[in-house]
Structures are given as C-alpha cells and as structure tokens.
Ligand binder design. Sequence first.
Ligand code: B1M
Length: 232
Amino acid sequence: MPRMGQITEALVSGDHKKLTQNIQNALSEGRSAPKILSKGLIPGMTIVGGRMESGEMFIPEVLMTAMAMKEAVSTLKPALIGEIPSPLGRVVLGTVKGDLHDIGKTLVGIMLEGLGFEIIDLGVNVEASTFIETIKTKKPHIVGISALLTTTLPMMKRTIEEIRRSGVCEGVKIMIGGAPVDQAFALRVGADLFAADAGSAGRLARSALERVIQKDINPGRVEEVSVHPLMW
Ligand code: B1M
C-alpha cells in the first residue's frame, strides 16, 4: 500500500505506534508535512466522520483516532512550522462554548505560528467572557473562533455579538472557521474574516494584519481566500 494510504489506515484504526512510524518514514522519504496532512491524515478524519455518522464507529473509537491525530499533528509540527520568523502579530484562538472539537483549531494555530504569529490558545468550550477578558489583557490583532457542530453555530453568533458589544475589539479582527461555517454565515454574523482551512487562515491573517497596519481595512467586510484544503 502507498505510504499515504498506510498513514490513513493507521489513523483510522487509532494505531498510534504505526501512525508515528509511518509519518517518520514519510518525512525521511522526503514527503512534505503539508502533503502528509492533506493526503494522509485529513482523508483519515473524513473516513472517521463518515463512520461516526453511519454508526459504524462509536465515540470511544473516534476519541482514539482523535488522540492519534493530535499526536500526528504534534509530530509534524516542527516540519510544518520551520523556522519561526520574528513576531508578526498576536492571535487569540478558541473553540466556541459547547464545542469540544479542537484538532482543526490547533492546526490553524500551528499554521499561524509558522507564519510568525504569537498564539494564545484558549482551548475548547470557550465562553464569550473569556474571549473578552483575553482581548482586554493580551491585546491581540486577530481573534479566531472555531466551531465544528451545526448546533454550536448560534453560540458562535452570540459570542461575536458579545465581543462586539463589550467594545474591546477596536482594531481587532474576528476570524471564524470550522466545517459548518461558510462565507454567507460569516457575513450574517458580522465576522471580519472567514477561512475554510488552516492554510487559508494563515494567508488571510497575514494579509489582514498588513492591512490593519496600513489602517486600510474596511470594517465589517468579510474576506475570504481560496478554499483548497491545506494547499499552501
Ligand atoms: Co465530532 N462531530 N462530535 N467528535 N467529530 C463531527 C464534527 C461530525 C461532522 C461527525 C459526523 O457525524 N459526520 C458531527 C457534526 C455534525 C453536525 O454538526 N452537523 C459530530 C458530532 C455529531 C459530534 C457529537 C455531537 C457526537 C455525540 O456525542 N453524539 C460530539 C459533540 C461533542 C461536543 O463538541 N460537544 C462529538 C465528539 C467528538 C469527539 C470528542 C469524539 C472527537 C473530537 C476530538 C477533538 O477534537 N479533540 C470528534 C471528532 C474527531 C469528529 C470528526 C470525526 C473529525 C473532526 C476533525 O478533527 N477533523 C468530525 C467529522 C469530520 O470532520 N469529518 C466530527 C479534522 C480537522 C483537521 O478538520 O476540524 O474541519 P476541521 O478543521 C479544518 C477546517 O474546518 C478549518 O481548518 C481546519 C484545518 O484545515 N477550521 C478553521 C477549523 N477551525 C477553524 C478556525 C478558523 C479558520 C479555519 O479561524 C479561526
């Protein structure tokens, strides 16, 4: 079986040891970290999602694969990040209240870190008040909010409303993303930026920051970059 297929298979079966071994082999064979992610790991999580939906896989098994995925992402992190340039800006990241999915958000953080952003990761199930407090104290340039469940989209909207109402986000851009989020939703809920994947999030954050610096952002306008998964 080709190397990427072996990675996908080891992930779906939640076999940490085999997965790490295959990833290390792929890296030493000269395969790039973004390719391992987009051709080996993401397809694995998609298979798991399908099996979860059809009832073929249960939560404990999905958790095993999620743990294996997180381990794989941390194995790949040095190769994804490379040499970190001097600090570009600060980003506060979190998954919205009621939502425990963190793999995509973590990948977004890794991408941004690789571009030179300082990341303050608030984790999952983050209350609006926590975002607000952190914006006050840490003064980020961008606040990134992730949601993976259709049922937590209303909470994402409420979180953005509360952040805006608190008055702390002058000069701070709100970026949102996650599988059920799209450009139309982002416009409806008043986000500044929407990215469909980690690579796009990185490019978008960087260009947004350049515009913030140039005081050239048109507030309230949602910007989107291309949606090719992890092709950066
Ligand atoms: Co969950 N789950 N889950 N789950 N889970 C999904 C999301 C689901 C689609 C599976 C399915 O049924 N097909 C489904 C949601 C259906 C829906 O809402 N319509 C679902 C469900 C139903 C649930 C539970 C309700 C199941 C239950 O209990 N009955 C439950 C909810 C718990 C909760 O959150 N309150 C639940 C629980 C779990 C686990 C805990 C077991 C585990 C999460 C573990 C963890 O994250 N630590 C889990 C998993 C692993 C999944 C799937 C299989 C994989 C998610 C993932 O990590 N994908 C998922 C199915 C799927 O996605 N195919 C599923 C890989 C990741 C790299 O992609 O997160 O999309 P993603 O991130 C991408 C982009 O979306 C984007 O960039 C990332 C990288 O390119 N992005 C951003 C993400 N955030 C961004 C932020 C940005 C910009 C871009 O700016 C700030």
